[in-house]
Ligand binder design. Sequence first.
Ligand SMILES: Cc1ncc(COP(=O)(O)O)c(C=O)c1O
Length: 350
Amino acid sequence: MVIPHSRPVFAAGVADVCNDVLAEQILACGKHTQALEQQVGQALGLPNTLAVNAGTSALMLAIRALSKGKTNPRVGIPSYVCASLWFAVKAAGAKPVLMDCNADFTLDAEQARDMSNTLDMLVLVHPFGMVEPLAAETFACPVIEDIAQSVGATFNEQKVGTFADVCIGSLYATKPWGGAYGGFIASKHAELIAQCGVMINPDGSNLEATYVGHHLLSNVHAALASHRIQHAEHEQKQRQAWAMKYDALLAEFAEQGKASPIHSVAHSQGNAFRYLVHCAVDIAPIIQAFQSLGIAAARPVQQPLHQNDEQALPQAKHAWQHTLSLPLLADMSNDEFTLMQQGIRTCFTS
Ligand SMILES: Cc1ncc(COP(=O)(O)O)c(C=O)c1O
């Protein structure tokens, strides 16, 4: 048996949705893309939504829209995030400024406030299915909320993604709303979304525009994502229930100081997208031990951004060496859970 790190769940009816796309014979942007935009807007409670081909494109476009008229804008991003953020900032013609994280991967509030005076914008990431509480604060520069991994989470009973000027998300295969490839930008400001909208379709654009790319979301990806979104709340509850079982399994190792679960908020507030564990020792041999048992434990971040910066980013460096992500699958079978139980006991005991 191999327990993968991520696994999409396809609820009943998914074949009908795919057949509908095939019957209509439109793979390009189409009615499912438009329906998805409405669905995302309704799910978030934000009136202006644009579906695009990737979360990375969504972030790049939001940065471009917010940096209109600025040369070489400086964009603050957390240092312990996936490399897509780094590349999105660069693709927008901006400079990424890495910010170190706290032990739960949120940003240090004082540092973020200070730095916002020197930044053109700040990307606040709700990390790994958890919540970045700073989203509820006001900063000296515009803020983009990144809910790629935490869509469905809430803070003070408000949905993440609805605090900042604009939010972006991903519809990539492994994400909670994953429909293979895709992303979205949503905002209460119609003008911002309209600015992003003129950058996504080269055939419909003004040739004088500074930037336009082919970022439309295909009908087939939209149809799959739309189906996943309909069932996302149910999947979230299933993951939250498994996460509580993992907490119980880890309790003895947490007491011994060997391995402790990391939560920035209670499971009920986050979406339990990932299950992260802080290990006292370097995680490389622990990952290998899990993998030899058929459990695809992994690093939550594949490529350490802190290596790309001359600044000292001690917490990001520590997180890279000591943070493990265990598979947390909504539709985990009892046999798979038994294997996870064995894996947790074996790999953290030694
Ligand atoms: C926090 C975060 N933001 C943005 C992205 C980019 O999304 P995509 O893979 O759809 O381009 C990712 C992807 O892993 C992510 O984890």
